[in-house]
Every structure is written in structure tokens, then in C-alpha cells.
Design a binder for this molecule. Structure first.
Ligand code: ADP
Ligand code: ZN
Length: 725
């Protein structure tokens, strides 16, 4: 029978192979053995009952708590040509009757029901006349009082189930806590049932934590390179949602808000707009997300720190259900932590204890210095075997990024000591920089030996160092006054017994693009974006015509493969992800037409032929020529600085000479030496265009001194390389 299941997987759903545990669980269900399946969101739970449903003679009942999801599932199944329907309170009497008729005449394989509907006498009467082969309980954690989403109606399911003695019982959930899992099995009396527990590691999610400095700027930086992607931004409060929404709108982003303060009507409208790709971004409180099945959410941003790991995991879980790489960015600040602590302090007894434990766990995760998947998986009782995932900020950081800040740390710590642990980071930074602010003179801090010894660094650098020291436990912040305190560990630094290694600037939000290309598939990296966009337009047009969300027609993965393989006939199309028989018939021609046109117009090129032209070798070369040629072989500016034993700035001026002599340089490779976000780079370029690229001072002034000269030098070179010197 499993052979039949594989055929259905390919022919009906258009997928090549089963995911881990799917095959075993399906076998078990087909053998009529009760099963409990625990898989994270996006793991592929649905197929575990959908495929057997197509094999069994009788009906498969699916109990689901969310009416919106029911509709979505049935719509998706219809697109695959699977006869499914639902019964719930949203149907008109006519629709209801029509569905009942379809059931009676055996014209449905799957029936989705809300538990209330299932319990109704009329439903029970109807079902007693039909053969039911499988009784599926989706979101089975709703049965447990220990879960986050208890539904009293679910309790009745154990009893109702007995009305279908021939049916196998299948319970599905994405809940990770062991207590809830046990509860499900016990309440449903599934004593001998097999458990299938998949790993909770969502391998396609890039996990990143950044220091929150200027959140709006950081988010704009992030969004800048993701103009056509869908995403969710979670905020702590309704007010924050409204503010951020207004800001994003002001900057031209297509966003809508979502929180419990909006009318039901507005919420539904905004949610629908998001699901149907009419807008790209939802700015929301935690109220948003239940019942969202959108598979192509490409990013989830936490503007504020989530309250605990469980809700964090649930929220980031809404990204990348389709398995494509997706970004999860969390902006973390010390004051967010204090805000949560403040709320915890209002609580009492065990409630307070639990909340404290949650806070501690999430802080542990946020301040973790190694692979973030380790603490995350451990929280859910899973051991993470690998030492590196390659897809979290800590793993992606190269060891070379770590710098030695011992000397500066010594200055900073001794300045804290000299000022008697009574001041915050800003004051310490001012003393170190020799500021003549009133407060400093009043306190006589200009007389201290540490006054003015840190002029080499900007104030911002000192503030970033203070964060690094707090993160590493070399400094503590007084919870009441915010002044910085020394710790037991500080002494070792001051005595020179320990070193401070770390990364100063952890505020960057945009630089995950490179990470993505390093770890994702060829299809994801190299699909043709122009064709992809054309296909998306077509998909949206077809979806609107039928009143469906676009992903129901084809998910992004399908369009991406089309824009990579360029299939020009039905056989080719059948090989594409998610193209089964029904969709092929329904949509094949329309999409093939676009692909064929594109291939014809653009004479699509094979990828392997693009080879970089190597610089010709000549006998006696000047240094700038050597540097230029080496650079063009792919070496970085830092690499060359080390190789030639000079400073990076010297490499830059040599490259400029190389360029001025009429040679070409790869501007993208130059830009790799810049730390600026793409958005900032464009701002600098615009300024260069305005005041001319040759002299740096006017550019520096034009940008209100926000970009330093080192950066401007890099960008000037990149600009000239791109626009011709
Ligand atoms: P869950 O219910 O566990 O959150 P879904 O059943 O919605 O996950 O599956 C997530 C996505 O993965 C869906 O788009 C589904 O069609 C797809 N999928 C499931 N199984 C496979 C498979 N074996 N191969 C390819 N795609 C799959
Ligand atoms: Zn990692």
C-alpha cells in the first residue's frame, strides 16, 4: 500500500519523496494503527492523513479548531483535485445541504469539521450512515489543559471517537512540551498508539539577534533588500504596532497593522490582504498568527523581545513553511528585558516564578555565544548534535570577526572604578573621550587619570563596548539606577589575566544575504528573478479571478523551480515541485506560455559559460597593477592588505589608480569591504551623484557626517568602478 501512497504523492501532489517520518506514519495509519504525530509547523503533517484518505474506501474525518484553516485546506485540496469539503457555521443553508448531499453520495474523501459541529446530533446521524475509515484530530494539543490553547470541546472527542470503531485514530500537533503530548495520548485513550516525533529544528530558518539601537533604521535596512517578500513584524504593544506601521507606510512600505484594538472587520481585512499578497508586511502584536497558513512568509522580525521561548518559537515558525530559506531577526535591548521584568514584578507566587523562569530561558538564548539552535532545541528537550548549524548569526560569524578589545575594556573598567560605580555608559564614554560637558566638570571627572584617554574611539564605539562587557558578564547594570557596576570577573581583565574578545557592532540587520546564498540550494540562489516575477503576476491574476490566495495555486517553490529549469513542455513541467496531474491540466498551459516566451526572447544562457576574464600577464608590473589583478582574482581588500603588508586604505588607493588607468574592477567585490547596509550605500551613491564622486569632503558634509571617511573611500571606489572613473 505504501507504493500506492508514493504514487499519490507524485501524481496528485507533485512531490518527489516523503519527508522524514511521513512514510512511517502513513504506513501505520494505512495499517489502521492509532498514531500520534508530533512535527513542527511546516513539517508536513497534513499529507499523513490526506494520502491515506485517498486510499481508504471510506471517509476521513478531520477535526480542526480553526474555521479559517479548514477553508484554506479544502481550497488547497480542491486545487490538487482531491474531493474534500467542510461543515461549519460559515456555510449558508444551501451550501450546507449541498455538502451533505455530496457526503451521502460518496463524493468526498475528506470531511473537515469543527468539534462543535461534530458533536451535533444531526452530524452524528449523518455520519452513522457512512463508512468512516480515519478519524483525524488536528491541533490535538487543544485537548490538554496544559497546552497554550485548551478547548473544552476537544475533551468530548474521546467519547465521540468510540462511535467509529472501524476508524483509525490519528492525532496531530506541533506542540513540543512532553506533558501535553502525554495528555493527548491519555485523554484520547490511545494507549497502544505509536508516536512519531520529528525534530523541531527548522533548518531553513536563519536565526539572528541584533542589538537594538535605532530600531526603525535597522528594520528599514533589513527591508531594503527584501522588497518583494512577505513578512511579519511583531511588537510588544498595540501602540508600538501603530507607530511602526505609520513609519513603514511613510517610507513607502506596503504594510498593515494587526492587534486586538482594531475592529474584527479591520483585522480580517488586513489579514486577508496579507494572505492574498495585496500587501507585504503585517505589523502585529502576538494576537496575529493563529490560523495563518501562508507558506511563503519570508521573514519574521521581533521589534521587541518576546516573553518566552515558546511564543518566540511559535512566531518564527510562521516563516518559511514552504521550506525555503527565511529570516528571523530579533532586536534585543537591555531595556526590553527590564520592561518584561517590570511586568513580572507585578505578579505573585507561582505565576511569578514561572514568568521568571521563562525570562531567564529567553535571555540565555539571546545572549548565547555559540550556535543558537543548541539552547533552542534544548529548551524543547531535544539535544542538538551538531556544533554548528551554519544558519544562525553566531555560526555565520567568522572567527576573524572576533576582535581583541582587552585594552579598551581595561580603560572602560578602570573608569567605572574611578567614578565609583555611580554612572552609566554614556557618562563613562564622555569621560574617556575627554568631554567638557557640564556634568563632567561639576563632578571633577576631568581630573581623573582616565579622562580623555579614549579619544580614538567614537562615543558609539564605547557604548557598544559597554554592551559587549555586559553580555560577557564583565560589567553589571544596576537594576534600579542603571549605573554600571564591576563584577568578580572585572578584576581579571584589569590585572591582565583575561582577554576580552568579541564583536563590537551587533546592530547590523541587513547582512544575511550572503549567508543565505552560502547555505541554500542552487535553485534558490540562481533562479531567474525576472521570470519569477512574471510568473507571480500571472499567479496573482489567476488567484484573484477565483478568489483564492495565490499560494493555493502554486507555492513560490514551484515558480522558483520554473524560473530555474525553464521547462518548455508538459513532461518538463511534471518534474517541477508541486505540479500534480490536476494542476498540470488546470494551469500548465498558462505558465508554459510565459516560460516559452521568456526563453525565446532572452535566449536563456547556460550558467557554466560565464567565466571571469583573467587579467593578461605582462613582464614588469607596477604595484597598483599587481594589486588590481590580484583583486580581480577574488581576493578581498583585507586579504591584500595582509599580503602586501600595508593598510587597507593603501590597497584602496592602489585600486583607484588601477581603475584610473582604465582597468575594470568588480564593484560588488569592493562593496564587500563596506559595513554599510544596502540602503545606506544607495544614500551615499545618491550623494555622490549629486555633489560628484571625486572629492570626499563635500560628500561627507552632504551626508551630515553620518558616514566616516573609511567607508566613503570604499564606496567611492565602488561607485567609480560601477559608473566609470
Ligand atoms: P504542517 O501541517 O505540519 O504545518 P503542512 O502539511 O502544511 O505542514 O506542510 C507544509 C508544506 O510542505 C506544504 O506546502 C506541503 O504541501 C509541503 N509538503 C509536505 N510534505 C511534502 C513532501 N513530502 N515533499 C514536498 N513538500 C511537502
Ligand atoms: Zn548555528
Amino acid at each position: 500500500m505504501i507504493q500506492k501512497a508514493k504514487e499519490i504523492l507524485k501524481e496528485t501532489f507533485g512531490y518527489d519523496s516523503f519527508r522524514p517520518l511521513q512514510e512511517d506514519a502513513i504506513s501505520n495509519v494505512l495499517n489502521k494503527k492509532d498514531s500520534l504525530v508530533i512535527m513542527p509547523t511546516g513539517g508536513g503533517k497534513s499529507l499523513i492523513y490526506q494520502i491515506p484518505a485517498l486510499i481508504f474506501d471510506g471517509l476521513t474525518i478531520v477535526v480542526s479548531p480553526l474555521i479559517s484553516l479548514m477553508k484554506d485546506q479544502v481550497e488547497q485540496l480542491e486545487q490538487f483535485g482531491v474531493p474534500a469539503l467542510f461543515l461549519n457555521s460559515t456555510l449558508t443553508p444551501e451550501q450546507y445541504r449541498e455538502n451533505v448531499n455530496r457526503l451521502r453520495s460518496g463524493r468526498a474523501k475528506l470531511l473537515y469539521l469543527a468539534p462543535e459541529t461534530l458533536m451535533m446530533d444531526s452530524t452524528q446521524n449523518l455520519l452513522s450512515t457512512l463508512t468512516v475509515d480515519c478519524f483525524t484530530i488536528d491541533e490535538a494539543h487543544c485537548i490538554s489543559e496544559w497546552g497554550h490553547d485548551f478547548r473544552p470541546e476537544y475533551r468530548m472527542l474521546a467519547k465521540v471517537r468510540k462511535n467509529f470503531p472501524e476508524a483509525v485514530c490519528l492525532a496531530l500537533t506541533a506542540t513540543a512540551t512532553p506533558r501535553v503530548r502525554d495528555d493527548i495520548q491519555q485523554i484520547l485513550e490511545m494507549k497502544d498508539s505509536a508516536r512519531f516525533v520529528a525534530s523541531f529544528d527548522r533548518k531553513n530558518l536563519l536565526l539572528k539577534v541584533a542589538d537594538k539601537e535605532k530600531p526603525l533604521e535597522q528594520i528599514l535596512d533589513f527591508l531594503y533588500t527584501r522588497k518583494s517578500q512577505s513578512g511579519i513584524i511583531y511588537c510588544f504593544s498595540r501602540r508600538q504596532v501603530d507607530e511602526l506601521y505609520a513609519d513603514l507606510k511613510h517610507y513607502g512600505h506596503s504594510a498593515r497593522p494587526y492587534h486586538a484594538g482594531l475592529s474584527e472587520q479591520d483585522r480580517t481585512r488586513n489579514q486577508d490582504a496579507f494572505i492574498r499578497d495585496d500587501i507585504r508586511i503585517i505589523v502585529a502584536t502576538v494576537a496575529f498568527g493563529m490560523g495563518i497558513n501562508k507558506p511563503d512568509v519570508r521573514f519574521v522580525i521581533h521589534h521587541d523581545m518576546p516573553q518566552n521561548i515558546e511564543s518566540y518559537y511559535q512566531q518564527i515558525g510562521r516563516a518559511g513553511r514552504d521550506g525555503l530559506k527565511s529570516d528571523c531577526l530579533l532586536l534585543y535591548s537591555y531595556s526590553d528585558k527590564q520592561k518584561i521584568q517590570y511586568f513580572i514584578n507585578q505578579k505573585e507566587g507561582s505565576e511569578k516564578e514561572v514568568a521568571e523562569k521563562h525570562l531567564k530561558a529567553i535571555i540565555h538564548y539571546l545572549e548565547y555565544n555559540e550556535c543558537r539552535r543548541k539552547p533552542l532545541m534544548e529548551y524543547f528537550g531535544e539535544t542538538y548534535e551538531k556544533t554548528e548549524c551554519g544558519l544562525c548569526d553566531n555560526c555565520l560569524r567568522q572567527t576573524g570577526d572576533l576582535q581583541d578589545y582587552t585594552v579598551q575594556a581595561q580603560m572602560f573598567l578602570s573608569c567605572i572604578a574611578r567614578t565609583e560605580e555611580m554612572f552609566g555608559a554614556h557618562h563613562i564614554a564622555d569621560v574617556l573621550r575627554g568631554s567638557s560637558a557640564k556634568k563632567i566638570l561639576e563632578k571633577g571627572h576631568d581630573k581623573l587619570s582616565t579622562y580623555g584617554i579614549g579619544k580614538d574611539w567614537t562615543k558609539n564605539q564605547w557604548i557598544q563596548l559597554s554592551r559587549l562587557l555586559i553580555r560577557k558578564g564583565y560589567v553589571k547594570k544596576d537594576p534600579q539606577y542603571g549605573s554600571l557596576l564591576l563584577t568578580d570577573e572585572s578584576a581579571a581583565i584589569l590585572k591582565g589575566d583575561d582577554v576580552v574578545l568579541g564583536i563590537l557592532d551587533r546592530t547590523q540587520t541587513a547582512a544575511t544575504d550572503e549567508a543565505r546564498t552560502r547555505t541554500s540550494s542552487d535553485v534558490e540562489n540562481k533562479y531567474n528573478e525576472i521570470l519569477f516575477e512574471k510568473l507571480r503576476v500571472k499567479r496573482k491574476e489567476m488567484a484573484d479571478k477565483q478568489g483564492l490566495p495565490p499560494y493555493v495555486i502554486f507555492p513560490d517553490t514551484t515558480l522558483m523551480e520554473m524560473a530555474y529549469y525553464f521547462p518548455e513542455n508538459e513532461t518538463g513541467l511534471m518534474g517541477i515541485y508541486g505540479v500534480g496531474n490536476t494542476k498540470l491540466k488546470k494551469y500548465g498551459d498558462s505558465f508554459l506560455k510565459i516560460i516559452k516566451e521568456f526563453v525565446h526572447e532572452n535566449e536563456v544562457q547556460s550558467r557554466s559559460t560565464v567565466v571571469k576574464q583573467k587579467a593578461k600577464k605582462t613582464a614588469s608590473k607596477q604595484k597598483y597593477e599587481l594589486i588590481g589583478e590580484e583583486f580581480e582574482t577574488g581576493k578581498s581588500i583585507d586579504h591584500l592588505a595582509e599580503q602586501f603588508g600595508v593598510k587597507p586604505v593603501t590597497i584602496l588607493s592602489n585600486l583607484k589608480k588601477y581603475l584610473d588607468e582604465g582597468n575594470a574592477l568588480d564593484s560588488a567585490a569592493i562593496l564587500a569591504a563596506s559595513e554599510l547596509s544596502a540602503r545606506k550605500v544607495d544614500e551615499v551613491y545618491a550623494s555622490m551623484k549629486k555633489v560628484g564622486p571625486e572629492l570626499l569632503k563635500p560628500i561627507y558634509e552632504d551626508l551630515n557626517k553620518t558616514v566616516d571617511y573609511n567607508e566613503l573611500r570604499v564606496l567611492q571606489l565602488a561607485y567609480l568602478a560601477e559608473n566609470g572613473a
